[in-house]
Design a protein. Structure first.
Length: 231
């Protein structure tokens, strides 16, 4: 799905440029850009690299690992209390309580054992953290995510546990056109009465926006390429 990127001045910051591209793609799809949350993926980035984005007005950030987030985010949140932190990486069940205490949304629910751990953690902490179910949209054995066929049962169990399901999340297969996978995730979400769609990263977020993404997860386009071992 080719998209003509809007003109930007050379001095435009990466954050401003990404926001302009989101707005442009939203306009092409007759969507309100305000309904799309930009999650700045700050994994592996130190606090000093994050503060400029905070100063520029970015408020929603994403991390892949609970332990890394625990090390750097409490001080940042203390200095800027309206920050919101999303967990976008796979979550181990034994880290569920730590995740519920720190994060404002979790994009990693993918199995019954984790659902049980999250339900227990939310009951213990009194926090009801919105959850996105990660769907293995390309049926890739090497990737995490709930199989499409297993999704109805997982959602039913989440309902019985009174867990707040915000929507679905996916990472489409690399190296091929993402649009069909985004469209499929959107259809599955509608079939289950879910509005949230966490999909789209630095290389394909405009396509995701045009196909209904409510949350786009952007790292390298904001922070620059990560070292190979951090990909």
């Amino acid at each position: 799905m080719p998209i003509t990127t809007p003109d930007t001045h050379a001095e435009t910051s990466p954050l401003a440029a990404i926001r302009a591209r989101i707005a442009h793609a939203a306009g092409l799809a007759a969507r309100d850009p305000a309904t799309i949350t930009l999650v700045a993926i700050s994994k592996t980035k130190p606090a000093d690299a994050i503060r400029p984005l905070i100063a520029e007005g970015q408020r929603v950030f994403g991390e892949n690992r609970v332990q890394e987030a625990q090390a750097k985010w409490p001080a940042l949140i203390e200095a800027q209390p309206d920050l919101r932190l999303h967990l976008v990486g796979q979550l181990q069940s034994n880290k569920a309580e730590d995740a519920v205490r720190l994060f404002d949304a979790i994009h990693a629910l993918d199995r019954l054992s984790l659902l049980t751990a999250l339900a227990r953690a939310m009951d213990k902490t009194g926090r009801r953290v919105p959850l996105f179910v990660q769907v293995n949209i390309g049926d890739e054995p090497q990737k995490g995510g709930c199989a499409i066929a297993d999704l109805p049962a997982l959602l039913a169990e989440a309902g019985r546990a009174d867990l707040p399901i915000a929507g679905l999340m996916c990472v489409p297969p690399a190296g091929i056109e993402a649009a069909p996978f985004f469209a499929l995730l959107g259809r599955i979400a509608r079939d289950h009465g879910l509005d949230g769609l966490s999909m789209g990263m630095s290389e394909d977020f405009e396509t995701a926006v045009m196909l209904g993404a409510t949350h786009v997860r952007i790292g390298s386009a904001l922070f620059g390429a990560r070292p190979a071992q951090a990909q």
